[in-house]
Design a binder for this molecule. Structure first.
Ligand code: GRF
Length: 205
């Protein structure tokens, strides 16, 4: 099988990255994790990736100061050098410019710990509890220039329990994340989900 080459971009712990690495070990999985990129040299996920024998690169945004174009150029060069087909953002805490996002349009996924379009941005679990929602969850979506927007590829929800805390909710949502990200990447790599130039999603099974 001609597996698609995937880069996972992280900034921290990397548990979604690990879920993707584990899923990609299956012989029939249509993608391989060819590269892990972190914008932070101290991201714990880097060590896990190296232990798994995955190539890693650090593109430290701090070295580029305010020059976002130069940071993104370095990022893109790393992706190019490793002949990457698809990019998965997994806890990557940098906003990408419309230029880079458009270059990877239809080839870049993100995971967000909420049922988009609800609770875009940070502290999603706290905000979900404050809002008193009965259901919460996680979403994998195509990346478009607007943050935490873009066509939804996978979504799964759970019932919010009585007495739930931010931590218990985060842990339960994380289990969903680890399930749906490999599923979404599989759909993308198998060509079952695409984004049209107008940003409209087409999903076929
Ligand atoms: C996850 O909750 C992800 O949805 C969000 O940031 C967190 C990253 O966790 N974007 P990890 O680094 O994958 O463990």
């Amino acid at each position: 099988m001609n597996k698609k080459r995937v880069a996972v971009l992280i900034s921290g712990r990397g548990s979604n990255m690990t879920a993707l690495i584990e899923a990609a070990k299956a012989r029939d999985y249509p993608a391989e994790i060819a590269l892990v990129v972190s914008n932070r040299p101290d991201a714990p996920g880097l060590a896990s990736a190296r232990e798994g024998g995955i190539a890693t690169t650090v593109v430290d945004h701090e070295l580029f100061g305010e020059d976002r174009a130069a940071f993104e150029h370095a990022l893109d060069e790393a992706l190019e050098a490793h002949r990457i087909d698809f990019v998965c953002l997994a806890g990557f805490m940098r906003l990408l410019s419309p230029r880079l996002v458009k270059r990877w349009s239809g080839k870049m996924l993100n995971i967000h710990p909420a049922l988009l379009p609800q609770f875009k941005g940070l502290h999603t679990h706290r905000r979900a509890l404050e809002a008193g929602v009965k259901r919460h969850g996680a979403t994998v979506h195509f990346v478009v220039p607007e943050m935490d927007a873009g066509p939804i590829v996978e979504q799964e929800s759970l019932a919010v329990h009585q007495g739930e805390t931010e931590d218990t909710l985060a842990a339960r949502v994380l289990e969903i994340e680890h399930r749906i990200y490999p599923r979404a990447l599989r759909a993308l790599a198998e060509g079952r989900v695409t984004i049209t130039p107008s940003g409209e999603e087409r999903l076929t099974h």
